[in-house]
Design a protein. Structure first.
Length: 151
């Protein structure tokens, strides 16, 4: 299965904030949307980076920064450091990238256009569905290994 299929199944609403937003507002937005990341856009609407819960915990909390006076751009992961995927990537490849790079959110770009974000939860859900389908198929094969209709 390709990432494009996951994006087509999701609502795929991309939540974002502007790069001048104060960190307290970003935290509130994460809570309101019940998500773990937000894309950060510059004044022209281009992707400037991503901010995740982990960014906030690693960069803001240890320094005891005042979330009312610091902008998201101080803690976000900038565009040039983003780990991204493409719609043509397989879910196995995405899972491998997310696991080895230790990221939970993978922005998906086609050329320079942001198509959506795939989370580790999205990937695990697909693997779980595929595993359950395979188990069902194997159980059916065990019950009727030759595919013969029972009389």
């Amino acid at each position: 299965m390709k990432i494009a299929e996951i994006l087509s199944e999701k609502k795929n609403e991309i939540y974002s904030v502007v790069d001048t937003a104060m960190l307290c507002d970003v935290i509130a937005e994460l809570n309101v949307k019940n998500v773990g990341s937000l894309m950060v856009l510059d004044s022209s609407g281009e992707v400037a980076g991503i901010v995740t819960e982990r960014d906030i915990l690693k960069k803001a909390c240890p320094k005891h920064l005042d979330s009312d006076s610091i902008s998201v751009s101080a803690v976000m992961t900038p565009r040039e450091q983003l780990i991204v995927g493409t719609p043509e990537d397989t879910i196995s490849y995405a899972m491998n990238v997310m696991t080895t790079k230790r990221v939970r959110h993978l922005p998906i770009f086609k050329n320079e256009t942001l198509l959506g974000i795939v989370s580790i939860g999205d990937i695990v859900k697909i693997f779980l569905e595929q595993s359950e389908a395979e188990v069902k198929k194997l159980r059916e094969h065990i019950r009727n290994p030759y595919g013969i209709n029972a009389l």
